[in-house]
Design a protein around this ligand. Structure first.
Ligand code: GRF
Length: 193
């Protein structure tokens, strides 16, 4: 299956997915990386391993549907069958949702439906919860609202900093996202075929 990984920043989840593909733990081909922040670290990571990158600036377009139409052309050129969001900081619009029904997956650093949106780890620490975690879910038109595929809890220790919790959440993300994607891909392939 051909997948595209969408990311806006560091790309550590992209890296984890790439390593899983390379070591045959994930039956996928990353045919494209999409990035909405020219200069983001994920671009250098993808280029280093020879994966094509499409980067764009939303401000160069009139609307979300305008840049998503452009994205769609690239996704079709690269024969993408499943879209994997990994730190993509934009809300997916109807252009992409309609082109990939049931075919867009996201990872979010909280136990949804708690703490959707930006700064989920900060929100959890500020709320004083003792347990937060990671959610992998299908993407719908809302913000972090689609059907949940899998979750893993991460406990917050007494007095722990946002940075420390974030680090542990990332470790869990890198461990579980490739594993869950492997299941999603096989499920999705049986739907596509
Ligand atoms: C991750 O915590 C992910 O859950 C969130 O954004 C972060 C991306 O990190 N949506 P990275 O760019 O993969 O390092």
């Amino acid at each position: 299956i051909n997948i595209a990984v969408f990311a806006s920043g560091n790309g550590s989840n992209f890296q984890a997915i790439y390593e899983a593909v390379k070591h045959q733990r994930l039956d996928a081909n990353i045919s494209l990386v999409v990035c909405d922040r020219p200069g983001a670290q994920v671009i250098a990571r993808a280029e280093k391993v020879g994966i094509p990158v499409f980067s764009f600036s939303a401000k160069d377009y009139e609307s979300k549907s305008a840049y998503e139409e452009d994205l769609l052309i690239k996704l079709r050129e690269h024969r993408v069958q499943l879209v994997v969001l990994a730190g993509y900081m934009r809300i997916v619009g109807e252009t992409l949702l309609e082109a990939f029904p049931g075919g867009i997956v996201n990872i979010h650093p909280s136990l949804l439906p708690s703490f959707p949106g930006k700064d989920a780890v900060e929100q959890a620490v500020a709320a004083g919860v003792k347990v937060t975690g990671v959610t992998v879910h299908y993407v719908d038109e809302g913000v972090d609202t689609g059907p949940i595929i899998a979750q893993q809890s991460v406990s917050i220790r007494e007095g722990e900093s946002i940075e420390a919790v974030t680090k542990r959440i990332h470790e869990v993300e890198h461990a579980i996202y490739p594993k869950i994607l492997q299941k999603v891909i096989h499920r999705h392939l049986s739907i596509l075929n």
